[in-house]
Design a protein around this ligand. Structure first.
Ligand SMILES: [Mg+2]
Length: 309
């Protein structure tokens, strides 16, 4: 029988990284986030290599976005994962959960060592996130489109029922917006004026079976979300300063309408032989590929440390 395993670990764990201090300069915030994002990417590679299963490409395309949220923008507290006032995060493209798990571990929601248990039968880190298993998960996701619908529901509760000030951030894949439920939920978000909802579409131009254009052309995505009542912003999803400032603007808009942020990204970003490669949607690296990926990320890490000095 499955039990609620999240209760096991409400101990306070010191994460490797605290969030950015509010008095840091923008430059210092950005540089620090870039270094953390690189560690996040390395964790993803380690996890999927160890499990020999999982989704690297879409984890790496979302890495900078998730880093900016968890290590700067979102108001969360690892010691109180169910704190009522916290901002909420939903990774609607749930298959990319290695990046979500990495953020939660590095912030201290659970021990980082547990990342290596990804996808094991007895693990709290399943191949698609199960909220009752792990502290910090605000929704169980993986059935595409449904995470977004849950995020809309959470935003409705926050704004209309509990009347709390929290923001709900939800990340969708560009392939995911093929799902009809995304547009049904968008109608509701607009109808109820959910300006506490920030939908971020990770537009890496690839999905499981091919390019977005081949599988189901969805452009112009900006016009579609506008037609459904969203304010729309666009950013380069790998330019940390742009990510930080655009997401802050989206969070602070509160203009009576939900906000959609279109993030232009690269699938597999950070490891050159994985970038733009459909093959890396859901494949595990072999020993040689793992070695190469680690060497690249370590080199990037050294360069980022050098930039700081
Ligand atoms: Mg995609």
């Amino acid at each position: 029988m499955k039990t609620n395993r999240a209760g096991d670990s409400s101990l306070s764990i010191e994460g490797r990284y605290a969030p950015n201090a509010p008095d840091l300069s923008l430059n210092a915030r950005v540089e620090r986030l870039r270094r953390i994002a690189n560690v996040m990417r390395r964790n993803v590679i380690d996890m999927v290599y160890t499990a020999q299963s999982g989704h690297i490409g879409g984890s790496l395309s979302a890495a900078d976005i998730v880093t900016a949220l968890y290590f700067d923008l979102m108001n969360v507290d690892p010691a109180r994962p169910h704190w009522e006032e916290r901002d909420r995060f939903v990774l609607s493209k749930g298959h990319a959960c290695p990046i979500w798990y990495s953020a939660l571990a590095l912030r201290g929601f659970f021990p980082e060592d547990e990342l290596k248990t990804l996808r094991r039968n007895d693990s709290r880190l399943q191949g698609h996130p199960i909220a009752s298993y792990l502290p910090g998960l605000d929704a169980s996701t993986g059935s595409l489109g449904l995470g977004f619908a849950q995020a809309v529901g959470i935003a409705m509760e926050g704004k209309l029922v509990k009347k709390k000030g929290y923001t709900v951030f939800v990340v969708l894949g560009d392939g995911e917006i093929d799902e009809g439920v995304v547009w049904e939920a968008s109608l509701a978000a607009s109808k109820y004026g959910l300006d506490n909802l920030v939908a971020i579409v990770d537009i890496n131009n690839l999905q499981l079976d091919g390019t977005i254009g081949e599988v189901m052309p969805t452009e112009p995505i900006d016009d579609k979300f506008r037609a459904f009542g969203f304010d729309v912003l666009t950013m380069n999803g790998h330019d940390m300063a742009d990510v930080l400032m655009t997401l802050a603007k989206a969070r602070n808009a509160r203009a009576g309408r939900p906000v959609c942020v279109l993030a232009r990204t690269v699938k597999g970003k950070g490891v050159d032989f994985m970038e733009h490669e459909l093959d890396w949607h859901g494949k595990a690296p072999n020993d040689e590929q793992y070695g190469k990926a680690c060497a690249q990320l370590e080199k990037t890490g050294r360069e980022l440390e050098g930039a700081e000095a």
